[in-house]
Design a protein around this ligand. Structure first.
Ligand SMILES: [Zn+2]
Length: 608
């Protein structure tokens, strides 16, 4: 969370001993860390090639395909190494060949059964820019086709892994599950010219079609949670922007988008049972002023919120792109917008207004009040109806417990439940919420403050005040997402100097994000499965518009995508920068306002 930034500011900008923040190009002497010096990755996985089968075990009748797999690999291209492909994030295994395949209007996508919806999505993605419509057919692949299949042959790659083979005769994309087919499609789109990413027709395809280098790629993610957080509570983000953001996330194989839907400064989610939440809580009298956060701008803000129908639409849109929307409802702190609507759920009774400054709010939910606890459950019930996410985020951070100390109801609860202090009272509340979520088949996740009074049995932790909380939770057998202020707070500045936008403070340049290691080296091997992954947070206090969000997000989110997806071995910042230079053209096509790489620094292999 951001609000106690002032307390953390002396830590977050400094360099931790042992990390790679002070990147020196000489530490990255292998420019393409995952290639052998021939420019050709010899993957052990590729040595045991199996003939493709469909799910009934019958060999496919695609002559070009069998020929391709049955013949020895052509020599690797001498002049087109993997680096030239500029894939972001970097695939696990890649082998580049000299030939090319062309995507043309005559190209068909061959798929059947459960692979068909993914084939249709890929057809959509490959059709918008050139202005044609690739047919999706069931019959056997012919030369030139894209063949997509689900197969258990590569089960070791997991549900998100895929095998992509591009030969002069066609493309074969195989995966265990539809997510893998989707990600293979993302890679194929990155192999094409950036213009293919345009969502509107730009120009006819060149004569002979769009050329793609021939490759063999075997790929799967390192972590299952590859996340970003958007904060429409501080500054509302229209649904169309959230969709665009999901599209850009999917291009980077990021799969989790946490929506911070409620905070002191705004309640942004329609709750049918409590309409006052949005009637009252979705607008504030004014906001902090640009350039002077301690003064108000005098301009009413709102009402802004998502109606439930919009959320359902966003969930479906994200699901189609393998992105899970994780809702965050802040309980018990960051709750002032809710208390403005329902002061009866506070310790003092109010009245309250929606907060007009950033920072930490002393008035929070009263867990001594049964009706307030029931209210929290009612809200979560509607949240569970809207969001199919397995994890429901309850915030839990930055909840000062002073009001609880002075509240007769809270003190009565402490006594009745035999609790030692107010931190345990928060744990008691979390326990009620966790049980409630479990009754709906969901799991509670919260910021690392939920550790303070003792974790509830099934809670997962998002570690933001460094990684220590995450390590403690993982050692105790809890699932963890690493999102520390040292590397993952994308609302901090990414560069110094004039021209950079006002921000909350702090300094996390691109190199520092890229150097992040979510897996603590000292975590015992048997606990490592509890590190689900990592998440970059785009707190919205100083992001007034969607374009501001894009600027703070990219390219740092691209770096985090590689941290979360790619193998840690062979990670090279200078190689990443080279690929990123070309990757910027993809972001251009998607109209993303990213922070451009500094050409001079690029020469040095460091940026900024
Ligand atoms: Zn109370």
């Amino acid at each position: 969370m951001t609000s106690n930034w002032a307390a953390q500011r002396h830590d977050c900008g400094s360099t931790e001993a042992g990390d790679l923040t002070d990147l020196d190009p000489k530490h990255f002497s292998t420019p393409i860390g995952y290639l052998s010096n021939t420019g050709c990755m010899q993957s052990p996985l590729l040595k045991n090639r199996r003939l493709p089968r469909h799910r009934h075990g019958i060999l496919l009748a695609a002559p070009w395909f069998l020929m391709s797999w049955g013949s020895p690999s052509p020599a690797c291209a001498g002049d087109t190494g993997a680096a030239a492909l500029n894939l972001v994030p970097r695939p696990v295994h890649i082998e580049v060949r000299a030939e090319t395949w062309s995507l043309a209007q005559s190209t068909r996508i061959v798929a059947s059964g459960p692979a068909t919806p993914e084939a249709s999505k890929l057809a959509d993605a490959l059709s918008a820019s050139p202005g044609w419509r690739l047919p999706v057919v069931k019959e056997s692949a012919q030369p030139g086709d894209i063949y997509m299949s689900l197969t258990a042959a590569d089960a070791s790659l997991g549900t998100e892994g895929y095998r992509l083979s591009v030969t002069p005769n066609g493309v074969s994309l195989r995966a265990l599950a539809t997510a893998g087919l989707f990600y293979g499609g993302v890679t194929l789109r990155q192999l094409l010219p950036p213009e293919i990413l345009r969502t509107n027709r730009v120009s006819p395809a060149p004569a002979g079609g769009w050329r793609v280098p021939c490759v063999e790629i075997v790929d799967s993610p390192r972590f299952p949670w590859r996340g970003l957080l958007l904060d429409p509570a501080r500054h509302f983000l229209p649904p169309d922007f959230v969709k665009k953001f999901v599209d850009v996330m999917a291009l980077h194989k990021l799969n989790t988008l946490q929506l911070h839907l409620t905070d002191d400064q705004g309640w942004r989610l329609e709750i049918k049972k409590y309409p006052r939440l949005t009637q009252i809580g979705s607008l504030r009298k004014e906001s902090p002023r640009h350039g002077d956060r301690n003064r108000g701008d005098g301009t009413p803000y709102g009402p802004f919120f998502y109606i439930q129908e919009q959320i359902r639409d966003l969930v479906a849109y994200a699901q189609a792109r393998q992105v899970t929307l994780v809702p965050e409802i802040e309980i018990p702190g960051h709750f002032r917008a809710a208390l403005a609507a329902h002061p009866e759920f506070s310790c003092t009774g109010g009245p309250f207004e929606v907060r007009t400054r950033w920072g930490i709010e002393p008035d929070i939910l009263c867990p001594g009040n049964d009706a307030a606890v029931a209210f929290a459950k009612d809200v979560l019930a509607e949240v569970c109806e809207l969001f199919p996410s397995r994890f429901i985020h309850i915030g839990g951070d930055e909840a000062p417990r002073d009001r609880w100390k002075a509240c007769p109801k809270c003190q009565a609860r402490l006594k009745a439940e035999g609790l030692k202090n107010e931190a345990q009272l928060q744990t008691w509340l979390n326990h009620r919420l966790e049980e409630f979520l479990a009754s709906k088949g969901r799991r509670l996740i919260g910021w690392d403050e939920i550790l303070e009074g003792g974790l509830t049995p099934g809670a997962a932790v998002m570690s933001w005040r460094g990684v220590e909380g995450g390590i403690a939770a993982a050692e105790a057998g809890h699932d963890v997402v690493m999102s520390p202020t040292t590397h993952c707070y994308f609302d901090y500045a990414q560069a110094k100097g004039p021209g950079e936008p006002e921000c909350i403070g702090g300094f996390i340049p691109l190199a520092k994000v890229y150097a992040f290691e979510p897996m603590p080296p000292r975590l015992p091997v048997d606990k490592r499965r509890h590190i689900l992954g990592t998440q970059g947070n785009l707190w919205g206090e100083f992001m007034w518009t969607p374009k501001d969000v894009e600027y703070f997000a990219f390219p740092r989110a691209a770096a985090l995508a590689e941290v979360a997806w790619s193998a840690s071995s062979g990670r090279s910042f200078s190689d990443f920068l080279r690929r990123l230079e070309a990757h910027q053209k993809r972001l251009d096509q998607l109209d993303v306002r990213y922070r451009k790489l500094d050409p001079a620094a690029l020469e040095q292999g460091t940026n900024p």
